[in-house]
Design a protein around this ligand. Structure first.
Ligand SMILES: Cc1ncc(COP(=O)(O)O)c(C=O)c1O
Length: 429
């Protein structure tokens, strides 16, 4: 790798995904496109979003209530098209996934089904430092079942002086508590550190301990390849507004492994849209779930946010093999790591510490960077150069190159900006 514009441009010239950049809209900074490194928070708007939305508004205008069954894409069945496009992104069968609600709502609904404490098996193992919504959801579920979160929730934390979790420590906690755990529930990638947990290994360890295993894939879906079906994950959910570009508050996706389809003992918070599709409008008493993940739907299908998700899923479909896209992602993020380390060399001390694992198998697109000095000023400095990442208290800058719309030149320019900001902030003392 070389820290030169010529090197970056050469990478871009041989990048088969470079053309996908033109399918997104970039916010502007002084009449130039921002270098957008914030897809870990909110993905960019696909240009097709306005068109698909307009199409649904036209259906609504033209068909009104008849739109549920009439037109090219009757709303009643609209989610089925999305299921087909969502499934490969998370390594599932279409029947195992469903677009519905928003992420934390789905975490709750899935815990209603899959957190079923019995006797002394009532504990939940999760990552320490999970995204707060997951912490609150888990705490409130545990309380709902009458347990004290301090006893019922086991948080696995990094060793003293370390930032990331060791798989062996996670497995150790699972084995140590093997008779008492009902559920192992982790984020696939931790939002703060960017660590991608060893999902297959952890899932297996949870199952060996007799527990159910679920994943919050907010930072993983559309970012790294996961194989939910093959890994026999029990359930998962994700938001689609980060790496899957479905817009602010975009619709969430759920996964329920087919091994649970026939299980009549699972609790559910039911609603009419989860009722057997063929008989839904008979309006009969007594809930009979539709088979598959669709049986977890509660309210009627959210066509408008779904259409936005559809616009983005179509781009993934057009991009083809997700593993190839991931390959570009690995190289982009490695290049970002490289240019940051070059800045460290240039200023002769470790101003930037990347806490995200350096092993590409343990991370996705995101790098979480601690600036030794003046972290927030560095972040603001990047903004003044038209580079948009995000800042997480107390001291982390998260930068996430997204292979569908970021280029190697974006990364080179980011390194250059960091170098100039360093010269200004650190060398002019
Ligand atoms: C890991 C994780 N869990 C949960 C959430 C909350 O998602 P929502 O507000 O869509 O429920 C987020 C949002 O960024 C997240 O990153």
């Amino acid at each position: 790798m070389e820290n030169t514009l010529a090197f970056a441009k050469a990478q871009d010239n041989s990048d088969k995904f470079a053309k996908f950049r033109s399918r997104f809209l970039f916010p502007k900074h002084n009449d130039r496109d921002y270098i957008y490194l914030c897809g870990n928070s909110l993905g960019l708007q696909p240009k097709a979003a306005r068109e698909v939305l307009g199409k649904q508004l036209d259906y609504w205008a033209d068909f009104a209530v008849e739109g549920w069954f009439d037109g090219e894409e009757p709303w009643m069945f609209y989610h089925k098209e999305l299921k087909k496009l969502m499934a490969p992104i998370v390594g599932a069968m279409p029947a195992e996934v469903c677009p519905m609600n928003t992420l934390t709502v789905n975490l709750h609904l899935l815990m209603v089904s899959f957190y079923q404490p019995k006797g002394k098996r009532y504990k939940i193992i999760m990552e320490g430092g999970a995204f707060p919504s997951d912490q609150y959801a888990i705490e409130s579920q545990v309380k709902f079942h009458g347990f004290d979160p301090k006893e019922a929730i086991i948080e696995v934390i990094p060793r003293t002086g370390e930032n990331i979790l060791r798989t062996e420590d996670i497995i150790h906690q699972i084995e140590l508590n093997k008779d008492e755990i009902a559920l192992v529930l982790f984020g696939g990638i931790n939002y703060y550190t960017g660590q991608w947990y060893e999902m297959e290994t952890i899932t297996k360890a949870g199952h060996d301990a007799g527990a159910i295993v679920g994943w919050d894939l907010a930072h993983a879906a559309g970012n790294v390849p996961v194989k939910l079906h093959d890994w026999k994950v029990d359930f998962a959910c994700w938001c689609s507004y980060k790496y899957q570009n479905s817009g602010p508050g975009g619709i969430s996706g759920i996964f329920v492994h087919e091994k649970h389809f026939g299980n009549q003992t699972l609790n559910r918070f039911a609603g009419w849209w989860g009722y057997q599709e063929s008989k839904r409008f008979k309006m009969e008493k007594g809930f009979i779930p539709e088979s598959g993940a669709d049986g977890w739907q509660v309210s009627c299908t959210q066509v408008i946010p779904m259409s936005l998700y559809h616009a983005s899923l179509q781009i993934f479909e057009d991009a083809g093999d997700f593993n190839e896209l991931r390959n570009k992602s690995i190289h982009l993020t490695q290049y970002l790591e490289f240019v940051i380390n070059e800045v460290n060399k240039d200023i002769d001390f470790k101003q930037f510490k990347i806490i995200t694992p350096s092993d590409v198998a343990s991370r996705g697109a995101q790098l979480s960077i601690i600036a030794n000095q003046k972290g927030k000023e560095f972040f603001d400095g990047l903004l003044s150069y038209g580079i948009l990442g995000d800042w997480r208290e107390p001291n982390v800058i998260r930068l996430s190159p997204v292979p569908l719309y970021n280029s190697f030149e974006d990364i080179f320019q980011t390194g250059l900006a960091l170098k100039e900001i360093s010269n200004r902030l650190l060398k002019s003392k």
